[in-house]
Design a protein around this ligand. Structure first.
Ligand code: NDP
Length: 231
């Protein structure tokens, strides 16, 4: 049985990753900040005995270390860095910047995926699939900026792309791949109700990308449908 570790799995795309991989027969290490409040995730864990719940705030170094200790010597075939935040509203040019929000956006969207990947590198290296997936966004593509705003989110995802591209070069000699994916515009709390894609469809199509992944694709940035995104 292959193993997958997912962050931010209590709702949105994270919950759907858990549902689909569990249904496909994977052992799922599903992490979230507050497992005691994650009702839908608990229901999935009741339904699929291969789903295990763990507490993980991705900004909490102590929790990352504790999780790594708990899963020590467990091969992790795929790590999905899914947790993300998008705290900002569009503000007028003269509005004060909330630097704490910006820093927190970087902690969750950029720094945590690097820390998690580094922490679990040995577990990835001893697995079969050996893949790190970073859920980025086309909003992190500088070439695709056609409107103002979302500065915190855009910069955090652009930085995530840069970090993961570099990491792909570092991990390739270990046979570990790094895949950057844009899930499309998806109906979740972040994506909102007007988004055209369901989480079910987005994750189903991204799973096809993941299944087809080879090291030749490491460090590349794709839309959920497989088209490549320029940096
Ligand atoms: P949601 O807002 O629905 O879910 C975000 C998830 O991230 C929640 O489970 C949330 O947990 C978790 N999270 C936030 N902060 C932390 C933290 N510090 N530690 C652990 N978990 C945390 O968003 P989506 O499901 O839509 O987003 C998933 C990913 O997809 C994100 O990386 C996002 O940037 C990306 N994305 C989404 C798009 C969309 O259209 N939906 C488009 C492009 C990219 P909690 O409930 O505890 O807050």
């Amino acid at each position: 049985m292959a193993n997958i570790l997912i962050t931010g799995s209590n709702r949105g795309l994270g919950l759907e990753w858990v549902r689909q991989y569990a249904e496909a027969g994977w052992r799922v290490f599903a992490t979230c900040r507050y497992p005691e409040e994650a009702v839908e995730l608990a229901q999935l864990a009741d339904r699929y005995r291969s789903v295990r719940l763990y507490r993980l705030d991705v900004t909490n170094v102590g929790q990352i270390v504790a999780l790594a200790e708990e899963l020590k010597e467990t091969p992790i075939d795929i790590l999905i860095n899914n947790a993300g935040v998008y705290p900002e509203k569009f503000l007028p040019l003269n509005a004060p910047l909330n630097y704490e929000d910006w820093a927190y956006t970087f902690q969750v969207n950029t720094m945590a995926p690097l820390r998690l990947t580094k922490t679990f590198v040995e577990s990835l290296a001893c697995s079969e699939k050996r893949l790190v997936v970073a859920i980025s966004s086309h909003m992190g593509s500088i070439s695709e900026i056609t409107s103002p705003g979302s500065y915190f989110y855009r910069s955090s995802k652009a930085a995530l792309n840069a970090v993961m591209k570099g990491l792909s070069l570092e991990l390739k000699p270990l046979g570990i791949g790094v895949l950057l994916l844009h899930p499309g515009w998806v109906r979740t709390r972040m994506g909102g109700i007007d988004a055209p894609l369901s989480a079910e469809e987005s994750v189903r199509v991204m799973r096809e990308r993941i299944a087809a992944f080879t090291l030749a694709d490491t460090g590349r940035f794709f839309r959920y449908d497989g088209s490549e995104i320029r940096w």
